[in-house]
Design a protein around this ligand. Structure first.
Ligand SMILES: [Zn+2]
Ligand SMILES: [Zn+2]
Length: 238
């Protein structure tokens, strides 16, 4: 992500820097569990994350954001205003949903997730964010175990939380489902599955889960390993 390299007292505070700062403050408030955050801790995090060069730069950002009403200053302490907290919640939600998407669906490792999710959070629009959330079944936490702030989609579906798309292994016997995508950890496995006709768009019925996981696809009965059934994502059709 691009960051201003030359930060002196006169540098321009961009929207992206503000977003990063809100995110840092949210994370410190989250780990501090309600304790006040002193400004030097936020500055240290901002410099560590690399979007602000030094404390002088951070003072400029703090001044700008206090003037906009995003943050509140109280002596050595800094906190999110109501408006800043709303903005930060959305940023954190987008980021953690992006991480979950990348980890669950594309099976990316932690480093790849860090790099891509960092860009995702600035790309997802509010509408897309809720679609991604619904698609993932309104996950409560990201791959790092941090809570994902709830969105309006989560409230609407609080009474029937069945996700739109789910791993085949979570089906119940008798469920009919259509394969939407497959995310195998190894590619040879993908080839073997497609030889068996297990490809996106195929309708299947789950016969039994124990002692073996058995599905019917067309006229064919197939026993699958549970870890394979965990990599095939389906949408229930009846
Ligand atoms: Zn995370
Ligand atoms: Zn949701």
């Amino acid at each position: 992500m691009p960051h201003e390299k030359e930060q002196d007292a006169g540098f321009i505070v961009t929207g992206e820097t503000r977003d990063e700062f809100l995110e840092s403050l949210w994370m410190l408030e989250e780990t501090g569990k309600g304790k006040k955050t002193d400004r030097l801790s936020v500055f240290a995090l901002a410099v560590k994350e690399g979007y602000i060069e030094n404390n002088a730069g951070a003072e400029v950002v703090v001044g700008d954001m206090a003037a906009r009403g995003d943050i509140l200053l109280d002596g050595d302490y800094v906190s999110l205003s109501e408006r800043g907290r709303d903005a930060a919640r959305n940023i954190i939600r987008r980021k953690r949903l992006a991480e979950t998407l990348l980890s669950e669906v594309f099976a990316l490792g932690p480093m790849e997730i860090k790099n891509s999710a960092c860009q995702f959070e600035h790309i997802l629009s509010p509408d897309v964010t809720d679609s991604v959330c619904s698609f993932l079944g309104h996950p409560p936490s990201c791959p790092h175990g941090k809570p994902i702030p709830r969105g309006s989609c989560c409230k609407k579906l609080a009474h029937h939380m069945r996700p739109l798309v789910m791993p085949m292994k979570d089906l119940e016997p008798g469920n009919r489902a259509r394969i939407t995508f497959i995310s195998p950890r190894d590619h040879g496995r993908m080839d073997r599955l497609s030889t068996l006709g297990i490809v996106p768009g195929t309708d299947i019925v789950l016969h039994q889960k124990r002692p073996a996981f058995v599905i019917r696809a067309g006229e064919t009965e197939l026993a699958l390993d549970l870890d394979i059934a965990a990599e095939i994502y389906v949408k229930i059709i009846s």
